[in-house]
Each structure stands twice: as C-alpha cells, then as structure tokens.
Design a protein around this ligand. Structure first.
Ligand code: AMP
Length: 462
C-alpha cells in the first residue's frame, strides 16, 4: 500500500484555484476521528485534488459536476462525505445514498473501496448489478441497507419490482457519467433520477463534458458547483507512452516480439472487438507454450460477452497478480483499478481520445511507473495525431520492432507524413515533450477535420 500519493499531490497543487488554500492533509477537511483513523490505516495522507474540492462541497449538500479523468481517487471523493453523513441503519432502513456506475466490475470496486473507508463503522452497502442473482439482492434490500451501488439497468429493475425504495435517498452519485451515456443508459438514468426525492444532492462525475452531459446536469442538478480535475497531462504523467508503426498483418508477430522484449510484470492488451479479443487470447495461448521467454506468463481475457462469474474470476486473478497478461475490450478496461499493471498495449487503436486516456490510465496508478504502447496501422496516423493533440503530448516512436515491417510504403501518405514529423520531433531528449511543435501538426490535421475523419474511420464496434 502506498503511504503517499505523489500524482495526487501534484494534481492537488496545480488544480486547486489560487484563492483556495492548498489542502495538504485530511485533517483540514473537518472529518470525524473515526474516518481520519480509517484513512491513516489505508495510508491516505494527502487528499487528491478532486477529494480536496468535492468533500467540503458535499458536506454542505451542494450539487456538483466534477470533470475527472482516470485514477485521481474519485471514489473516496464522494465516498468519504457519504459515509460521514449516513444515519445509522436502525434509524433509517431504506437506502440513503445511491451510486450509479457503468459496469458491474466498477460497482464491485466502488463498494469495496467504500467498505475499506468505512472500517470500524457498521455500514451496510448493497451492490445491484446485472449478472448477479436478483433474489439475493432483494433479500439484502429487505434486510435494510444504507448505500446502494449499482448499474442503471439493474437499479431500474429493482425500482420497477418495488424492491428498491428511494424515499430516503439524500445523495445520488453518477460516476463515469459519459460512459454510462455512451453505453445507452441515458433513459434508465433519467428514470432513476426522477424517482429520487427532489431535495437530494447530486454529484455527477465524468471524464469529459459533452453537450449531453451538460444537458443532464442542467435538467437534474440545482446550481451545481463545477470542479475540474481533468488535466490529462497530469493523469498520464508518470506513464511513458510510445507507438509502433505496424502493418495490420504484422501486428500479431510484433506483439509477440514486444512481449519477449519487455517481459511485463503485468500487462493489459486492448482489442477493439469481443471476437478479436477471443481470437488473440486463443492464438497467444498456443504460442506461449512454444516460447521459453513467455511460457510462464499466465494469460486470460475479458469482454462483455462473458458471463459474470467468469468476469469476476478473471478480474480477481488480475488483482491477485495470478494473471500477468490480460486481453480486454474497452468495456471492461474502463475503471479497473489494479495498481500493479506495468504495461498497456493498444493492439487495436482506441476509437477515441477518451478511450486512449482511460486505457493508458490503467497503468501508472497512484504514482507508480507505467509504459503504454500503441500499435498504429497504415491509415491510422490521423487518430494518433488526434490523441496527441488531446493529451498535449507526443508519443515516442518505438522503432526497435519495426524492422521488416517496411511501414513507409504501407502507411498512407498523410500518416507517413505524420510519422516523419514524429521522427523529427521525438528526437528531443525528454519523453514528456510538451507539444510546443503542435501548431505545425494542427495545420496538417485541423482538430474538427480529424475528428470528423475519425468518426468516419471508426464506426463504433463493441
Ligand atoms: P479511484 O480513482 O477512486 O479508482 O482510486 C484509485 C486508487 O487510489 C485506489 O486504490 C484508492 O484506494 C487510492 N486512493 C484514493 N485516494 C487516495 C489518497 N488520498 N491517497 C492515496 N491513495 C488514494
């Protein structure tokens, strides 16, 4: 367990407005002795930027919209104030706080973090996520619960069955709101919000603030305070980011060579489709048996078509360190908090910049080092550029594995041009090159045009 959290500390000093006194300790947040003891036990010393900003407002019952990317201690930001303000179960039988998240895995993860934070207090938390037995969830609700953490579909199901009573809800959290809208939860979220008491407090957390999210916040939040901890260059700051130009048909061999070269402590390889994930998993499994350097690497895969029991098993083995190589789709990659992941490999280019930040954010957690590789196939140069513009940083070209790929004649003109720009620009000494040279590239791919092109190139799969 980390005793301090350097990335968080950095984040705090840069994102808190100048007039706000810097919060350097949880003691400054007016928390109960029992909560302070629990935080000390967890080794949390310095509140992250989002924690320093959200906790005081939450305790004042103020609605909040927080823009926060990956890994800044979001769960504790809303979890601490909720736990501090709960009425005991013997006084209030039905749930008082409702936390909505996009995936089952995230629901479990949030619930476990809340349980850790609640150490020493009798707290009842119920997870309502799909893939688990409805009956068991009903029994838990009947027995009384203080906090519900759930996915919108299953929560709505319980509301319809009248097994989830929302009269006593005073706080609703929408975590990863952009992703929940992406995967079609909007109608469910709106129905749930309408079923909650009007005088509740709502906290909406999202990595991005597209118009849809803003509309949601205008409709369901009253005079929200806006909090922005979205500095993408901070959230991926400790992560070295490289790209490899590779023809589609050479990706598989390049992956093998990359794994042989890196022998990662723990890696996640991201694919775009469920079928592609399965195929890669099958092929690698056979291949590993033949390769001495990789023979001992335990691998598994995870995607949205697998049943919940298998997903839970794979997730637990990743956390426990038994799985060293996980092949995954974005659906399950998002929100995974496993601090031991050392390598991220984007075998398929992410569909948008947010997916890139989320994937890469699975490594370098809590100040640890991490490295991310992105395979760029011919024609994908514009996507790479769009990502770089978004994170305001150039990825380093890793040429060691390119021999034999002969990318130049395969990559389209435009991406060859981008690649040659990379060669020039990444010869600078630092790998955290802030993109002072970006205006040059912007002229090549103006942001709007490249976004439109991205949309055309990438119909959403998965
Ligand atoms: P989250 O962004 O909520 O997924 O949290 C990421 C990780 O940071 C989790 O493992 C938390 O236990 C840990 N964490 C949250 N807040 C702090 C803090 N203030 N100091 C150290 N670790 C933290």
């Amino acid at each position: 367990m980390e005793s301090t959290c350097p990335d968080i500390a950095h984040d705090a000093s840069s994102a808190v407005p100048p007039e706000t006194p810097a919060v350097t300790s949880f003691d400054q947040l007016d928390l109960s002795p029992i909560m302070l003891r629990s935080l000390r036990r967890l080794g949390y010393e310095v509140p992250s930027s989002i924690q320093a900003q959200v906790i005081p407002h939450a305790r004042e019952n103020v609605h909040q919209v927080g823009q926060a990317r990956t890994g800044p201690g979001k769960t504790a930001a809303f979890g601490i104030p909720i736990l501090e303000m709960l009425d005991p179960l013997r006084e209030v039988h039905d749930p008082q706080a409702l936390i909505l998240v996009p995936t089952r895995e995230l629901a479990e993860q949030v619930s476990q973090e809340l349980e850790r934070l609640a150490f020493g207090c009798k707290t009842s938390i119920t997870v309502l996520a799909g893939g688990k037995l409805l009956r068991r969830q009903m029994t838990q609700l009947q027995a009384g619960t203080q906090i519900v953490v759930g996915t919108p579909g299953r929560v709505l199901d319980h509301i319809h069955r009248k097994t989830l009573i929302l009269h006593d809800i005073w706080c609703v959290v929408l975590d990863e709101a952009d992703r929940m809208l992406d995967i079609g939860f909007r109608p469910a979220i709106e129905r749930i919000l309408r079923a909650c008491p009007k005088d509740r407090q709502t906290m909406l957390l999202s990595a991005t603030m597209p118009t849809e999210i803003q509309r949601l916040s205008e409709r369901y939040l009253q005079d929200p305070v806006r909090i922005n901890c979205s500095l993408s260059q901070v959230s991926v700051q400790t992560i070295e980011q490289r790209y490899i130009s590779v023809a589609q048909e050479n990706k598989y061999q390049t992956l093998i060579r990359l794994l042989e070269r890196e022998v990662p402590r723990q890696a996640i390889v991201f694919c775009r489709t469920k079928r592609g994930t399965d195929r890669l998993h099958r092929n690698l499994k056979e291949e590993f048996a033949r390769l001495p350097a990789l023979r001992d690497l335990h691998l598994d895969c995870i995607h949205g078509d697998m049943n919940q029991r298998d997903r839970d098993r794979v997730f637990a083995s990743l956390r426990g360190g038994e799985v060293q190589l996980l092949i995954a789709t974005d659906v399950v990659g998002r929100g995974i908090d496993v601090s031991t992941v050392s390598h991220i490999i984007n075998y398929d280019m992410p569909l948008d910049c947010d997916d890139y930040v989320h994937r890469v954010g699975r490594t370098g957690r809590m100040g640890r080092d991490g490295i991310a590789f992105t395979f760029v196939a011919p024609g994908e140069g514009p996507q790479l550029t769009a990502i770089e513009q978004n994170i305001n940083r150039l990825l380093i070209r890793d040429t060691l594995l390119e021999a034999g790929n002969n990318t130049d004649d395969r990559i389209s003109d435009s991406s060859a041009l981008v690649s040659s720009l990379h060669d020039v620009e990444t010869t600078q000494p630092s790998d955290t090159t802030e993109t002072a040279a970006l205006p040059r590239r912007k002229r090549l791919f103006p942001k709007r045009r490249s976004t439109e092109r991205l949309a055309k190139l990438n119909p959403r799969v998965e």
